[in-house]
Design a protein around this ligand. Sequence first.
Ligand SMILES: [Zn+2]
Length: 253
Amino acid sequence: MPGSNPTLNDILFNGDYEFIDLTYPFDKNTIYWPNAESFAFTRKNEAFGSDGAWYAANNFAAGEHGGTHIDAPYHFQVNGIRVGALPLDKLIVPLIIADISSKVNDDPTFVLQKYHLDNMLNDNFGKPCVIVFKFGWSKFFNDRKKYLGIQPNGTLNFPGLSAEVAEWITSSYKNIVGIGVDTASVDPGSSIDYPVHKIASAAGLYNLENVKLDESVPDYGCTALILPMKIALGSGAPLRIVAICPKQIPTHF
Ligand SMILES: [Zn+2]
């Protein structure tokens, strides 16, 4: 009816919004942590029957923590929420992209410190949001050795957050419900004690890892749809994450 309030469908499908997929495909090239079970896709039934009708139904198996995925708080907290119990109002939220790729400058030893963000997070976040840090690492996803920074002794080396930044986010930015990265872990690849995982999960935050950021996404103004597979008891799960972005970027968060 003219003059009535637009519905969500009116807003999303009038051509003023676009959908950006922030998810890597799951296939034989999907990057998993070295000791994790990789994505296994098994062709089971894919054939034309004697009646000429096509039928396809296959199997898959995988570790929880590979490719684009979510870490539920239970990953590092015995009493943390499991992935199947994450509430939708923490999964469909405003999306903040913190693009620090020019500071990282392809350095796998880069560790994000608070001073890197001093001019970035000074907005007054009024609503729940997820913040995804863009280290500029998605361009290496097709080169597993480079992406993970696999060293001759088997250790890993790629950029990540410092414990200080995790403490700062969880203590100063109470509206942030999750932390995302375009690398394999929120902790730097060289970490052996995973302080960012521990601090974030203790505060009830989830992590999004291997977020695909190889095309430009506005720093703010988009809504994230974060839809992990609803594995009831999971510590994490494969994730489909999509940004819904207005073509006219708003001038404020
Ligand atoms: Zn994980």
